[in-house]
Design a binder for this molecule. Structure first.
Ligand code: DQA
Length: 155
């Protein structure tokens, strides 16, 4: 049984579809989860799609990913801009990481321009709304295929 990609969503992303729709769009997180799963299935991959408002729970899930996941797609929400704990967990996970945001954080307030996730990420996708989740699955599929067998590439 191949390990899933962990697709982890941080605080307030449970409110997507309701929250600031001019920024985050009208699709709910459940819609986005279905779209992500369908894309993964088409690529022969599985996803484990989760959301938490708690920084500690996100850290625990990233730790879990070390053993249970083949890679991590992370929309850490506002913790992106504040959490050294999430950065440390990502570095410890030794898995490919893709940082994801619905909005283009670089067109927004300057406090959103800094990310603690980026130093641990292979790449960043932002500004494409829900479509970004599908793009992230494609990018992760590519990363996993390109990896030579060995420590970092093991699934
Ligand atoms: C976000 C961008 C963050 O700056 C913000 O705090 C979020 C959502 C996005 O998906 O665009 O909660 O990660």
């Amino acid at each position: 049984m191949p390990k899933p990609i962990f697709v982890l969503n941080g605080p307030n992303l449970n409110l997507v579809g309701v929250r600031e729709p001019s920024i985050y769009g009208a699709e709910t997180l459940a819609d986005i989860g279905r779209r992500t799963e369908a894309r993964a299935q088409a690529m022969g991959l599985a996803v484990d799609f989760r959301q938490s408002n708690s920084e500690g729970e996100l850290v625990t899930w990233i730790q879990e990913a070390r053993e249970q996941a083949c890679g991590i797609i992370l929309n850490a929400g506002a913790y992106t801009h504040t959490s050294v704990a999430i950065l440390d967990a990502l570095n410890a996970a030794e898995k490919p990481v893709i940082e994801l945001h619905l909005s283009n954080v670089f067109r927004r307030e300057s406090f959103r321009h800094h990310s603690y996730v980026s130093p641990a990420a292979q790449g960043v996708i932002c500004g494409f709304g829900p479509k970004g989740y599908e793009l992230a699955v494609d990018a992760m599929a590519d990363l996993l295929n390109r990896k030579p067998a060995g420590k970092a590439g093991k699934t």
